[in-house]
Design a protein around this ligand. Structure first.
Ligand code: NDP
Ligand code: GDP
Length: 327
């Protein structure tokens, strides 16, 4: 067993929680950055759901507050730093473009600066995103595909991505970008389309709602399971040489077909409940994403293990259980 120390920003989010679980199982000491909230007791609900809230050490801090990050890096002395914190919702990035730039873009540089000055031998993971491909320049996107972000979120992520490469090249830091395509789980935020659908389907099944309102259901995404994807983050940092990797399933499906999987799982049909709401369309859309994970597979043997069907069924079942436990 290892006794390495990991520091995770965004530990209260979907990926942070699953990554913390993975690293604890590998014998790591896990520390996380949490931003102060007046809602004491709910900020760590994902860690509680996984039963690991009392096994991680949490530090108050904020990605846009360099002083807090410096203090935390100084205290924790991490061997591995995973930067997962972000304003991560594309729609919100048009409503709060400056905050998105500060947190999702500059925030990464704050953390890289702390690592460069205080812990230069640590290894750094940056949560880059397939949203950077945006208006796709190649049918299947890989590490060599040119970027064309379509939202303030995508632009902010691209800045953080290039700064990670720049710090690697300028200062010799072990800093890697994981260009992760969409990944979901029962711990996904309910504003994202998969979870909105599985929560909505569960509500309809239980008689708590009649309809599900969505925007562009012709959009296509390459969806995987967050559990598979956090494994890739860890694998990247175990490589001797830092690099950038696409993590994806290699299969793309429309929002419409993903919905049908969810409805079918509970014996319903999407046609009876789905309503298209123009207000949910985006100012600029990413119509299709499809990733090629061949480099990750060849370099360290990463492969997706959980199918979209199993993922969506697991999410629907979890939402049914959640709603029933509240009744
Ligand atoms: P979540 O939205 O679930 O989690 C985001 C995390 O960032 C939360 O812990 C949140 O804290 C934290 N956070 C937000 N703002 C700040 C801040 N100013 N200071 C400190 N912490 C902050 O995202 P995911 O877990 O789904 O994604 C993890 C990362 O991977 C993100 O960077 C995301 O953009 C990126 N990514 C995700 C993909 C996906 O499909 N899930 C695909 C590609 C990239 P709080 O709990 O307080 O809100
Ligand atoms: P994204 O790829 O990071 O933006 O992840 P989302 O889950 O938020 O959105 C995936 C796709 O689903 C996008 O193309 C959206 O336009 C589309 N979509 C359609 N209806 C909705 C909806 O009601 N909510 C969200 N979040 N996305 C929707």
């Amino acid at each position: 067993m290892s006794s390495k120390r990991a520091l995770i920003t965004g530990i209260t989010g979907q990926d942070g929680a699953y990554l913390a679980q993975l690293l604890l199982n590998k014998g790591y000491e896990v520390a996380g950055v949490v931003r102060r909230s007046s809602h004491a007791g709910v900020f760590d609900h994902r860690l509680k759901w996984l039963g690991i809230a009392d096994q991680v050490t949490l530090f108050d801090g904020n990605l846009i507050d360099l002083s807090s990050l410096a203090r935390i890096v100084q205290d924790v002395q991490p061997d591995e730093i995973y930067n997962l914190a972000a304003q991560s919702f594309v729609t919100a990035s048009w409503q709060q473009p400056i905050l998105t730039g500060q947190v999702t873009g500059i925030g990464a540089v704050n953390l890289l600066e702390c690592m460069r000055t205080l812990r230069p031998d640590a290894r750094y993971y940056q949560a880059s995103s397939s949203e950077m491909f945006g208006l796709i320049q190649e049918q299947v996107q890989s590490e060599t595909t040119p970027f064309y972000p379509r939202s303030p979120y995508g632009v902010a992520k691209l800045y953080a991505h290039w700064m990670t490469i720049n710090y690697r090249e300028s200062f010799g830091l072990h800093a890697s970008n994981g260009i992760l395509f969409n990944h979901e789980s029962p711990l996904r935020g309910v504003e994202f389309v998969t979870r909105k659908v599985t929560d909505g389907v569960a509500r309809i099944k239980l008689g708590l709602a009649k309809e599900l309102r969505l925007g562009n259901i012709d959009a296509k995404r390459d969806w995987g399971h967050a559990k598979d994807y956090v494994r890739a983050m860890w694998m990247m940092l175990q490589q001797d040489v830092p690099d950038d990797y696409v993590i994806a399933t290699g299969r793309t499906v429309t929002v419409r077909d993903m919905c049908e999987i969810a409805f079918k799982h509970v014996g319903l049909s999407s046609g009876d409940h789905l309503i298209i709401d123009e207000k949910l369309f985006r100012p600029a859309e990413v119509e299709v994403l499809l990733g090629n994970p061949a480099k990750a597979e060849a370099s360290f043997g990463w492969k997706t293990e959980i199918s979209l069907e199993s993922l969506i069924q697991e999410m629907v079942d979890a939402d049914l259980a959640r709603l029933k436990s509240r009744a």
